[in-house]
Design a protein around this ligand. Structure first.
Ligand code: ADP
Length: 255
């Protein structure tokens, strides 16, 4: 609580009472802490690839490596630049979701088209891991939303399903209509998530296995973007998961 005190005086200046105001600043303090934490996280996430770029570039500039080794160092530099690009793109997307929320146009969207387009964007990554993506959309369904953002959310969920599954596994996309909501379900047979981590995975930069996520080019922002997109649509994102058995993410969007 923040406490402010103001004296109340009568005409001759004699103080006759004091007014104390107590303001609950928990929310402001919490927001401030979240912001500080976020800035620290962004700095850390960018610093890691940047340090690597700086180090290897220095070796090359000083001509301390040549031939095959120089080529290897250039590849490391290139990978780290790509990682930074992904982080910056995700950060810009998050910022635009927060700042331009009111300008986002909503319209009736074809669920079939959202699934088709999301699958198209993930096919290459799935084929690289010899994975099959099954999809079942029963009939023509529509939901209210921003098509581009809904595709983005589905792509994030499907890419995660690919990333956190072993080669050759199957991913299923199931669409259901329940009480005026469209449920987009992405089911995988991947590594699963332990119960104690389930709540935290939607936080920015939270990863269960940092090394695995980074190695695969994960930014740690994918699910927080999905959560944001769900909120903008007055929808919801939830997850059910069991270690070693796989996960099911359900994005529900009002019709
Ligand atoms: P990342 O870029 O690390 O994938 P996300 O925000 O998309 O970031 O996900 C946060 C974390 O949640 C991941 O690092 C991973 O530990 C976990 N996760 C997300 N999707 C899955 C999944 N389908 N199976 C297992 N773990 C997952």
């Amino acid at each position: 609580f923040q406490v402010c005190m103001a004296p109340v005086a009568e005409k001759k200046g004699k103080i006759i009472s004091l007014v104390l105001t107590f303001t609950d600043i928990t929310k402001t303090r919490r927001l401030e802490l979240v912001r500080k934490d976020f800035v620290a996280n962004v700095s850390h996430e960018l610093k890691t690839p940047l340090t690597s770029i700086g180090g290897f570039a220095e070796i090359l500039v000083n001509k301390q490596a040549e031939g095959k080794q120089a080529q290897q160092f250039l590849e490391i530099i290139f990978d780290n630049v790509k990682q930074m690009q992904l982080i910056v793109e995700d950060l810009l997307l998050l910022a635009s979701l927060e700042n331009d929320e009111k300008q986002i146009t909503m319209q009736s969207c074809s669920v079939e088209h959202i699934i088709e387009e999301s699958l198209r964007r993930c096919t290459y990554k799935a084929s690289m891991k010899k994975m099959v993506i099954e999809s079942k959309v029963q009939r023509k369904l529509y939901c209210m939303g921003n098509e581009g953002l809904l595709i983005q959310a589905m792509v994030n969920l499907i890419l995660n399903a690919i990333l956190y599954s072993e080669e050759g596994k199957t991913i299923s996309i199931v669409v259901e209509e329940v009480e005026n909501q469209i449920l987009f379900k992405v089911q995988d047979q991947g590594c699963g998530i332990a119960e104690e981590n389930l709540e935290r995975i939607f936080e920015r930069f939270y990863r269960v296995d940092k090394a695995r996520s980074r190695k695969e080019g994960g930014t740690g922002l994918g699910l927080s973007i999905v959560k944001h997109i769900a909120n903008i649509h007055n929808g919801n994102i939830s997850v059910e998961s069991h270690i070693g058995e796989g996960s099911t993410f359900t994005l529900s969007i009002p019709q």
